[in-house]
Design a protein around this ligand. Structure first.
Ligand code: NDP
Length: 330
């Protein structure tokens, strides 16, 4: 099968030449391993950090080796008692057509509940990030005013809908196009704005009004974080999920310049990783299945066809080409 390798490390914005499509070796299964034919791979912003030669929160990708990341696919050969051919699993060896995976490092996908792709998105890592980030990290409670940036993306769109479902007083979202703003209103956000139209602070202040903001779910950092801090209420909580505005930058960020307001307003800013929230996975899976089944939460997907187009899908993700979860169908 084929795989995508890192040909060179991006300087700033990634370009197609940073990636190479290559033929992988013939897979050999050891005891306890399974062979999976990947069906969808997850395309994620955090991968940008792993393309640098410095330690982000996960180890750097190695040059001339296949990238990896979340994937879902069908077991086609097994040397594990836990799996038989035909089973569907989520695992971490994406960016290739066929993956040899330790059976212990997989999550089974139940049949009939939702399309397989959902287990990379709303019912998978993306959904758990949204759920745990909002409810456990930001300690959302009914009556809060919530602001979420990157709101039309995979995580952000779920955050806003969970907040609405659980009794938020108001949910405000920001995104990068008029179409995305429209979509947020369809998904039940109370207010939404295009951050490219005017300064974030100006638009956010208009959306929040007198009520201010109690919870900010930050996917973007920079100017968005600065604007949110300026408008947070006393005792407000910020879940620091991502800072995509700076993933491609080669200079330190210029904002937020007003971090010290956190003192007087007694704010809590908490960074988190979904990997540290696994204890909530079972609770999340049950509730999300219910919300999807009754239509409380809806999810969008942007699906690119063909492994060979995965590098461009990643570049486009950072440019905002996706609405909802960015996936490649192998
Ligand atoms: P998204 O589906 O949200 O895709 C990324 C989006 O970011 C793009 O669609 C684009 O939308 C937006 N974007 C790109 N550049 C900028 C910019 N300069 N300013 C504002 N928005 C920008 O990805 P995910 O839902 O997978 O991830 C969202 C965030 O959550 C990321 O920061 C990611 O790193 C983080 N994350 C963190 C996890 C954790 O464990 N802490 C786990 C998973 C994700 P637009 O058109 O609106 O600009």
């Amino acid at each position: 099968g084929r795989e995508i390798r890192l040909a060179s490390r991006p300087q700033g914005r990634p370009v197609p030449e940073n990636f190479r499509l290559a033929e992988a070796g013939v897979p050999v299964l050891e005891e306890g391993q399974i062979l999976v034919r990947n069906e969808f791979i997850s395309v994620d912003p955090y991968m940008r950090g792993r393309m640098n030669d410095s330690k982000s929160y996960s180890a750097p990708f190695r040059l001339d080796e296949a990238l990896d990341g979340g994937a879902v696919g069908e077991v086609i050969a097994s040397r594990s008692d836990a799996h038989k051919p035909g089973d569907v699993v989520v695992h971490q060896r994406g960016w290739r057509e066929y993956a040899v995976v330790d059976a212990a490092a997989t999550t089974p996908v139940p049949s009939g509940l939702a399309p397989h792709s959902a287990f990379l998105g709303a019912l998978g890592m993306t959904g758990l990030t949204a759920y745990a980030g909002l409810l456990k990290v930001a300690e959302f409670k009914a009556g809060d005013v919530v602001f979420v940036s990157g709101a039309a993306g995979a995580v952000g769109s779920i955050v806003g809908q969970i907040a609405k479902a659980m009794g938020a007083a108001k949910v405000i979202g920001s995104a990068g196009t008029a179409e995305k703003v429209e979509r947020l209103l369809e998904l039940g956000f109370d207010a939404a704005f295009n951050y490219r139209d005017a300064p974030v602070l100006e638009q956010l202040a208009a959306a929040a009004g007198e009520g201010g903001i109690d919870v900010y779910f930050d996917n973007v950092g920079g100017e968005h974080l600065e604007a949110a801090l300026a408008l947070m209420n006393t005792g407000g909580r910020v879940a620091m999920c991502g800072a995509i505005a700076q993933y491609n930058s080669t200079e330190p960020p210029a904002a937020p310049r007003n971090l010290a307001v956190a003192i007087g307003k007694q704010l809590t800013l908490r960074g988190f990783l979904v990997g540290g929230q696994r204890q909530h996975a079972a609770e999340f899976a049950g509730r999300m299945a219910g919300w999807l089944a009754d239509g409380t939460v809806r999810y969008d997907e942007t699906i690119v066809a063909g492994l060979e187009n995965a590098p461009q899908a990643f570049i486009d993700l950072l440019d905002g080409a996706n609405t909802g979860k960015m996936l490649v169908r192998i």
